[in-house]
Design a protein around this ligand. Sequence first.
Ligand code: AHR
Length: 496
Amino acid sequence: MAERIVLNTDIRKGKIDRNIYGHFAEHLGRCIYEGIWVGEDSPIPNTKGIRNDVVEALKEMKIPVLRWPGGCFADEYHWKDGIGPSEERKRMINTHWGGAVENNHFGTHEFMLLCEMLGCEPYINGNVGSGTVQEMSEWVEYLTFNGVSPMAELRQKNGQEDAWSVKYFGVGNENWGCGGNMRPEFYADLYRQYQTYVRNYGDNKIHRIACGANADDYNWTEVLMREATRFMDSITLHYYTLPTSDWNHKGAATGFGTDEYFTTLKKALFMDELVTRHIAIMDKYDPEKRVGLIVDEWGTWYDVEPGTNPGFLYQQNTIRDALVAGLTLNIFHKHSDRVRMANIAQTVNVLQAVILTEGEKMLLTPTYHVFNMYKVHQDAELLELTVDSPVYSYEGVEIPEVSASASVNAEGIIHVSLCNLNHASSAVLPLALRGLAGQASVSGTTLAGASIDAHNSFEQPEAVTPQAFSAFKLEGDTLTVELPPMSVTVLAITPQ
Ligand code: AHR
């Protein structure tokens, strides 16, 4: 058999930043309100208004970083609306997302409390599109300044004595679109101006993040890197995977055909080319790789569930989404010398969510299980791995059948993540374990679907869950694995 995977267990390629496993939560639909925030008076068990079940699930998955408050909402958000006594906070319409009433009950203090409860880094996205330099500057002062100043006093008046520690700060979101419809030259100048007033106070060092490109808009990256490299620590990239090419008919989250299943995976694989090409531009202006690439919005985007508010972006999540997650995370690993953070859109009840809620009920989606299985890669060392994959073809179009990645953790345990994209066939592959002196013990976990749209519902919340995996045989230094159709598998190889 020609196809195989070669894993060089002794060739390390640098750290996989845990922040690649980051998430994104916007004031959109039922992500923040209902999904995360229910308020202290809710019958749903909560801590100071934040749902306990959701917090526990996200902690279990080791969420490393959370981006907030948008998205498009970020460039319409005025942070002072979300501080002070909650009953006095402004009520307004979220005009961008479904016309819902935004009561501002979830604001800066609540977000920082959430991050504290999750044990994750906050990533705050400031407003360039409709906000002022002063407003952004004061937000950073409010958050991080510990001396005598109007914003520090205001924070203290609102009950937070000490400044918080905030590392990641984004200067605008999608400023080529919902964040102001700007040209890259104009935004580059605005970025330089706004970031000047995003100050480092005391020991708090801000990692300044410039708004980057939409998908394959390579010119945006070119202009930003040319004009502003020395003012940024990272630049972003947004890419969503749609089954079709029509934003008005994106395709359904469940009940789709094999054609849409296949196209979705093919389009998800495009992330590799996108990241490679944006990085090539970054390399030109920043050969030392000081500036990171942050893919702070990615994931699948389908038509909303029938009967739900089109502005709420609520969609189901199937084994197809699990495969998109698995192969995309493998791509990010490969580029982890430059991709230092990624944030799947969005945490709860919106787009490719890891969690869905309905009243007091909560379920974990197939995408959640992939993040939970893959958490072993967080901060581990990437290992050199090559895949000579079998071909998966559908109606004359070909893609690789298998996506794979491997890392070694601080205890010397090697983890290999493997996705079999093929909807109909198992993939039987020999995995050559090079550089492993002596014996090894192997165990595994797999997530597979019985149909192309296998998913968890509130009636059957455990239809798609990880199972122990034993379809492998270790002979000498060859580990032959049989990956079920439509599956994501993680192997743990412990040298003896
Ligand atoms: O995630 C939904 C939206 O997609 C975000 O608000 C925006 O940044 C992007 O267009």
